[in-house]
Design a protein around this ligand. Structure first.
Ligand SMILES: Cc1cc2nc3c(=O)[nH]c(=O)nc-3n(C[C@H](O)[C@H](O)[C@H](O)COP(=O)(O)OP(=O)(O)OC[C@H]3O[C@@H](n4cnc5c(N)ncnc54)[C@H](O)[C@@H]3O)c2cc1C
Length: 337
């Protein structure tokens, strides 16, 4: 682990002035003089310990006043960037109005990790693909020229992507993002000129075929200050399920979030999102169309689940993910019906 200096940011303005790189850019093309953001520090410090980044300065944004509040009103939910996953899990409005988000947060990592992990850090963490995390494997995401996981014989790809996996086959690490995307959440970002912009999560994540060096749109100096989620419509029902190998805690093998507005048993609005299916969390648009403005019954739920997996290209060791996703999507649709 390299030595770095520590800067304790006192305000948003102070923080964005100190930083000169993103973790993704530093990892892809090391500058040797990077100053990067750290909130809970779980992912940043893992990357330093793994020898994947050698920052010169770590700018701690964890204690910036005002970024640790969570509130709910008619406009929806606002979660400050430094709110921890444990605080979201314990919030009454989240529990009662955003059941799928609550379920996702409550099943992320361990209680100890949820006490440290901030929502901004969770959304901006890097993939947990074991080839990416090993300094011995120069993969596409680290400026190399191959995807080690994709190899049909040697690739240990049981946890990897089955959709949108033409180049890099890693999956996005945040299972909380799957639920936030289903609720059509947004992130508020402030840049180095102190200009703020709101970015829907549907535009926040970056797929490898757009730019393999990064997983989100954050530029150096871009600080996430808040996550917002619209107020649920009347008669909104939601569902979240995360499938893991170990019951105690684990990264997701497959997770699905569904947020639907129901009129009786007819579905008037729906988002179905899939985590650990592709390199970024994705919407299953074609599956949504099968049930939109229709009654959700066994036959339609089965068909929607099949359609969601229609374009899947499983790798040598993860075809189990197809029936797994199909069964969770079907179960979720029948539960909200
Ligand atoms: C064993 C283990 C199991 C886990 N399981 C899960 C799981 O099942 N589901 C899940 O969702 N997560 C899981 N996690 C992830 C964990 O919950 C943390 O959310 C995550 O590691 C990072 O949160 P952090 O606050 O520590 O971020 P940090 O490590 O501080 O930062 C992560 C990234 O975000 C950037 N960053 C931080 N704050 C900001 C900001 N305000 N603006 C812009 N950029 C910022 C940093 O520069 C860095 O690139 C797991 C982690 C571990 C170690």
């Amino acid at each position: 682990m390299n030595k770095f200096s520590w800067y304790e940011a006192k305000s948003v303005e102070d923080a964005v002035k100190q930083v000169n790189n993103t973790v993704s850019e530093e990892l892809y093309l090391p500058s040797g003089k990077a100053a990067i953001f750290k909130s809970g520090g779980i992912d940043v410090l893992d990357l330093v310990k793994e020898g994947l980044i050698q920052p010169k300065t770590i700018v701690n944004v964890r204690n910036i006043p005002g970024l640790n509040k969570i509130s709910f009103d008619d406009n929806g939910l606002r979660i400050g960037a430094n709110v921890t996953l444990a605080e979201i899990e314990g919030n009454e409005a989240v529990k009662t109005r955003y059941a799928a988000l609550h379920e996702a947060v409550a099943h992320a990592a361990t209680p100890q990790l949820r006490n440290m992990s901030t929502i901004a850090g969770n959304l901006a963490q890097r993939t947990r693909c074991w080839y990416f995390r090993s300094s011995d494997h120069p993969c596409f995401r680290k400026g190399g020229d191959k995807c080690f996981a994709k190899h049909s014989e040697t690739g240990q790809n049981e946890n990897h992507a089955i959709l949108e996996n033409d180049r890099c086959v890693s999956v996005y690490a945040s299972s909380v993002a799957t639920a936030l995307l289903a609720y059509q959440g947004s992130v508020m970002i402030t840049n180095g000129k102190m200009e703020s912009r709101q970015v829907p999560l549907s535009e926040f994540f970056v797929a490898p075929d757009q730019d393999v060096s990064r997983e989100n749109i954050l530029e150096p100096n871009d600080l996430i200050t808040e996550i917002s989620v619209p107020a649920p419509d009347m008669n909104t029902k939601s569902y979240y399920s995360k499938q893991v190998q170990r019951a105690s805690y684990d990264w997701s093998m497959a997770d699905v979030a569904i947020v639907a507005q129901m009129n009786g048993d007819t579905c008037e609005k729906i988002t179905i999102t899939l985590g650990a299916a592709a390199p970024i969390p994705i919407r299953a648009y074609e599956a949504e169309k099968i049930v939109l403005n229709k009654k959700i019954n066994e036959e339609r739920a089965t068909r929607a689940a099949k359609v969601a997996m229609e374009n899947a290209k499983p790798l040598s060791k993860n075809s189990y993910k197809l029936p797994l996703f199909e069964s969770i999507i079907k179960q979720g649709l029948l539960e909200i019906a």
